[in-house]
Design a protein around this ligand. Structure first.
Ligand SMILES: [Zn+2]
Ligand SMILES: [Zn+2]
Length: 212
């Protein structure tokens, strides 16, 4: 497998498991240190994709089972620290040993990666940004926010998206937990339409920015 060159980082995306989950591997081209973002499934494929790098962190966007199913095997194979938001750490005990809080910055070799706490999809949902690359888990997808369990959760998720993620540079690429990528600019554009429309007060679940 070849590395995809993304300027300041090398990035690999693997689609694994039965829910089409993305596992991303962020690699520092200088030191070859790496971080695995989410641990969905098919650990052997993920481990193979890290060969030639030193895995420093396994970072969990949120603790739904489709993002953590391969965690034990990845920890055993790499010995890496497992980062998670404190509100969800006990859900992956005993593995979550690095608490990720808002605005913390981790170093993957020479590559800084900043934590954004973006609750809504789950209470501890977090996004990770380095340069113009944003990893959003199930918080933001092409075409809409991730699934919300209640109207309050949707309101919180929209706050996270519009008050935090939309402050990032428009050209930032959004790498979600499932499926294809998008950009902050595209999401802002689609959201502007959504915000201009009336919505039922109980709106939640699988919400789209624009009718399909
Ligand atoms: Zn989820
Ligand atoms: Zn998911």
């Amino acid at each position: 497998m070849s590395y995809e060159h993304r300027g300041d980082i090398w990035l690999k995306r693997l689609e694994v498991g039965e829910y089409g989950n993305n596992c991303y591997i962020v690699i520092d081209p200088v030191t070859k240190q790496s971080a695995i973002i989410d641990a969905p499934a098919e650990p052997d494929r993920i481990i193979e994709a890290t060969v030639g790098t030193q895995v420093k962190y396994i970072l969990i966007t949120h603790t739904h089972g489709d993002h953590t199913g391969a965690l034990r095997e990845l920890v055993e194979a790499t010995g890496a620290k497992v980062g998670v938001h404190p509100t969800e750490a006990e859900k992956i005990a005993p593995y979550g040993n690095l608490m990720l809080n808002e605005n913390d910055t981790l170093q993957i070799g020479t590559v800084p990666l900043r934590i954004l706490h973006t609750p809504g999809h789950t209470p501890g949902s977090s996004c990770f940004i380095t340069g113009s690359h944003l990893f959003t888990g199930d918080t933001l997808f092409p075409g809409g926010p991730g699934r919300s369990a209640s109207p309050d959760d949707l309101a919180q998720e929209l706050q996270s998206i519009t008050k935090k993620l939309f402050l990032l540079m428009p050209q930032t690429t959004v790498y979600p937990g499932h499926g294809a990528s998008t950009t902050i600019a595209d999401a802002q554009c689609e959201h502007a339409y959504f915000a201009s429309q009336p919505h039922p007060s109980d709106l939640h679940g699988d919400v789209l920015w624009m009718p399909s």
